[in-house]
Design a protein around this ligand. Sequence first.
Ligand code: PHE
Length: 350
Amino acid sequence: MNELDSLVESATQLFAQSATPADLENAKAQFLGKSGRVTELMKGMAQLSVEEKKSRGAAINVAKQAIEAALTARRQALADAELQVQLKAEALDVSLPGRQRGQGGLHPVSLTLERIQGIFGSMGFDVAEGPEIETDWFNFTALNTPEDHPARSMHDTFYVEGGTATAPNLLRTHTSPMQIRHAVQHVKKHRALIDAGQAMPEIRVIAPGRTYRVDSDATHSPMFHQCEGLWVGENVSFKDLKVIFTAFCRTFFESDDLVLRFRPSFFPFTEPSAEIDIQFQTGPLAGRWLEVAGSGQVHPNVVRNMGLDPEKYIGFAFGMGPDRLTMLRYGVNDLRLFFDGDIRFLSQFQ
Ligand code: PHE
């Protein structure tokens, strides 16, 4: 190997050993810098003849170009390596799911309430809402529930501190107070008509909302939902209640052969009263009677408390449990699941 070849080789080796661009620039200076070895060789040609300069110069140039090529290659290799490191550090896993804004959805009981409102709305029922903190009067007394009635005992009612006989003093135990509240408003609005002996537009309303009782197990929650229904007019009958409630249940459960049973019962504010049971003919619950609502003809004392003459006006009322309807519709057997707030459970209903 001649002197120039070994020069090229040692330059190439030194470049290869340079681990950083700065090292590489230092190595370059040793060969191509002002006092580098190639420059020294050029200077060394001063004493040569013109002929010798020509051939020697050409040979040095070849070596110089080889060194420059090695330098360029090493520069590129270092830059590539640096780029690789950077790419690796900033790597994006494009297969990861994006950061999504979780899509919210309605609670299963809210879905049921919307469903109830939609169905009764299509049958001409308004929707009314009322306070959850009630007075004795609306929750009990106006509903023909005397002061010594068992339903008033501390046993199942949450009383609110600081309430009085006229100021709100309890958490409503049912949505039935809305019978009185809504009817009183309706009667007030049509007082002139009523006093003139003309027909009052019928009351047809449902009142969904939260209700409270001191009760807690797999099928009872201290907070639960009810939906009241009230239909008052001059010519309403039990048959009408049966027709609309049957239509409601069949639509709600999307089951045309669903059967209803009105089972005699007792409520202070209705007489006669009936528990409404339903029975599916197909599916996992087929053949069992399932209680879904209380109902009855509005008691004359309650009609009077609405501001109407019970000799002229007759009313029918029902109160159903949307929580229970939701459990039956989706086959859920523990009511508490609805109120635990576990998103894994709740998101199944979207
Ligand atoms: N309020 C009754 C209850 O909570 C249900 C009901 C409503 C019964 C309307 C008759 C009429 O059990």
